[in-house]
Design a binder for this molecule. Structure first.
Ligand SMILES: O=C(O)CCC(=O)C(=O)O
Ligand SMILES: [Fe+2]
Length: 354
């Protein structure tokens, strides 16, 4: 990091939604924790198969949690936890058995809006080193329906082609939830729940694998975090609960951090910049980071996570939803919005202005 005391506000020129809070990008001994705050756990089954009253109740509670802290935990989503076991094994295998040379053949580069590919440790963003290796694939890296210029060639995206069907299973299971989650959010906001159905049909997404290697004593003492504070740029993120804890969420109201470590098998949902923009600031894009595990013996373990970020395609327009008051923002092309925001991480020349 250029400056260990760097603040999010030092980079605010990149923000495409209003973020008035201030936090240090790196963890600090002075950070305060909200030990009592409980992030809501909700049963998505109520929305997927409940009657109208159950759906309305779910939508109301879900949006209540998102308005308050930008995070909620979903159970009853129907994804088999055995899939998550297979995915975790696959992530450990991918990161620990692929040579650095092979990884670097897939060094991340921009595809449309998304920086897709491999991120070496300490290089997930230009502004601060994180103790994490990352790998991102968007829809085009999977053999699933979409418009393409040529035939699908898995070897263009995957260091071993057999990883594609494994991670495709996860992408497809989570894709099934994109529309119901969006519908529940829109329902809770009092907007037509189907207004995003078309945009979310065959939409773009980013599956990000995070591999946090075991932390050495020197790294532990250095004060570095695993993944430093940030907001996701998307509509919302599906983040399956991890086996090693560390996720911390910024509480806008108290200005403190909340540790979030829900049961394995549940899915954490958080809203991102696209959602803050279209909801006219009703739903905040919430700051979060990954700190050291609360159980210190877990420092010696690798931690993995696999969020799926839900986007719209590059040419779509992000516009404040109807009925949410005088718009705080102009309509903007998704690609412009996305690449301007993320040029904070990838450099000024990442932004695409046309
Ligand atoms: O590893 C985690 O729990 C969170 C990861 C995350 O926030 C991200 O990849 O954007
Ligand atoms: Fe994130």
């Amino acid at each position: 990091m250029t400056n260990p005391n760097a603040l999010n506000r030092d980079f605010e020129k990149y923000d495409q939604v209003r973020k008035s809070h201030t936090y240090r990008l790196a963890e600090s001994d002075r950070d305060e924790f909200d030990e009592d705050y409980l992030i809501a756990t909700l049963d998505l089954g109520d929305y997927l198969s409940g009657d109208e009253a159950a759906k309305a109740r779910f939508a109301h509670e879900f949006v209540g949690a998102l308005e308050e802290i930008g995070f909620a935990v979903l159970i009853g989503h129907g994804v088999d936890p055995a899939l998550y076991d297979d995915i975790q094994d696959g992530i450990h295998r991918l990161f620990t058995t692929t040579s650095l040379d092979d990884k670097m053949r897939f060094r991340a580069q921009r595809f449309g809006s998304v920086s897709q590919g491999y991120f070496p440790i300490e290089e997930t963003s230009e502004i601060h080193p994180d103790l994490v290796e990352g790998w991102v694939w968007c829809r085009r890296a999977f053999d699933i329906p979409q418009q393409r210029d040529g035939n699908f060639r898995p070897e263009d995206y995957w260091p071993q082609v057999e990883y594609e069907p494994l991670f495709r299973r996860l992408a497809l299971e989570h894709e099934k939830l994109f529309k119901p989650i969006a519908q529940a959010i829109l329902h809770g906001l009092g907007v037509d729940p189907h207004i995003y159905d078309q945009k979310l049909t065959g939409t773009n997404f980013g599956l990000r694998l995070n591999y946090y290697p075991p932390m050495s004593r020197a790294q532990d003492l250095s004060g570095a975090g695993r993944l430093l504070g940030h907001e996701d740029v998307d509509l919302f993120t599906l983040l399956p609960a991890t086996t090693v804890d560390g996720l911390q969420v910024w509480n806008h109201r108290s200005g403190k951090w909340v540790r979030l470590n829900p049961p394995y098998g549940s899915i954490i949902i958080n809203t991102g910049d696209y959602m803050q923009r279209i909801s006219n600031d009703r739903l905040p894009s919430t700051t979060h980071r990954v700190g050291k595990p609360s159980d210190r013996s877990h420092l010696a373990k690798a931690r993995v996570s696999f969020p799926v970020a839900v986007y719209v395609w590059e040419q779509e327009i992000l516009e404040v939803l109807p009925g949410l008051g005088p718009p705080n923002y102009e309509p903007i092309k998704a690609q412009t919005f996305h690449t301007r925001s993320t040029s904070k991480f990838y450099g000024d020349d990442y932004a695409v202005e046309d």
